[in-house]
Design a binder for this molecule. Structure first.
Ligand SMILES: CC(C)(COP(=O)(O)OP(=O)(O)OC[C@H]1O[C@@H](n2cnc3c(N)ncnc32)[C@H](O)[C@@H]1OP(=O)(O)O)[C@@H](O)C(=O)NCCC(=O)NCCS
Length: 172
């Protein structure tokens, strides 16, 4: 599947919301992206779109999070949401968005990424259960769906705690 991946720009905002809503079959994720965009910590360079020609067919977003334990706090990224238009799912576009996004995040100096999602999918990209690093989710989820990846060797070696998501995730 021949696609180009690039950061979002202002002209993409409506389409990005639409693609998220189509992929998830509800309006929550599109709205979440819109709310996150207003957060001053929003990383517009890590809101990536997959294009076929001039058409946007997929989107992935990484947001800054903190892993907190007592007084200590460690910066990381959350991968969410991610979407590919229903007609083109299962053709490798999502995988390319993840690979490209992780590489870009690493290039920007980010050291790790956390994701809540399908274990069989994300383990393909070397995500492992976050519990292996003693990193926990702020709400109850099955162990295998809450995952982490180190972008630098041993980046999470001495990190433990609970993930604090941006407040916009609260009412998802
Ligand atoms: C998840 C998603 C972004 C993946 O994009 P994609 O282009 O379809 O992904 P790829 O073609 O690269 O990889 C396909 C893999 O996605 C995984 N996958 C996709 N949707 C899945 C779902 N609902 N449940 C479980 N696995 C899923 C499968 O592991 C599949 O692997 P397979 O081809 O070996 O069966 C896309 O399917 C989508 O938009 N789904 C709806 C929204 C969503 O669930 N977003 C992610 C939340 S974690």
């Amino acid at each position: 599947m021949k696609i180009q991946i690039r950061p979002e720009n202002k002209n993409d905002y409506k389409t990005i919301s639409m693609i998220n809503d189509m992929a998830f079959g509800q309006e929550s994720e599109g709205l979440l992206v819109e709310k996150l965009r207003k957060n001053k910590k929003y990383l517009k360079d890590l809101s990536l779109v997959a294009c076929m020609g001039n058409e946007i067919v997929g989107h992935i977003l990484f947001s800054p999070i903190e892993i907190k334990s007592g007084n200590s706090s460690f910066k990381s990224l959350a991968l969410a949401p991610m979407s590919v238009i229903p007609e083109l799912q299962g053709l490798g576009i999502g995988s390319q968005l993840i690979e490209n996004g992780l590489a870009k995040a690493k290039k920007m100096g980010h050291q790790s990424v956390i994701v809540l999602g399908h274990a069989a999918f994300y383990t393909k990209f070397k995500f492992t259960p976050a519990s292996l690093f003693e990193i926990t989710c702020p709400f109850e989820v099955p162990n295998e769906v809450f995952m982490a990846i180190e972008l630098e060797k041993d980046a999470l070696k001495n990190v433990s705690g609970t993930v604090e998501y941006p407040k916009e995730f609260q009412n998802l």
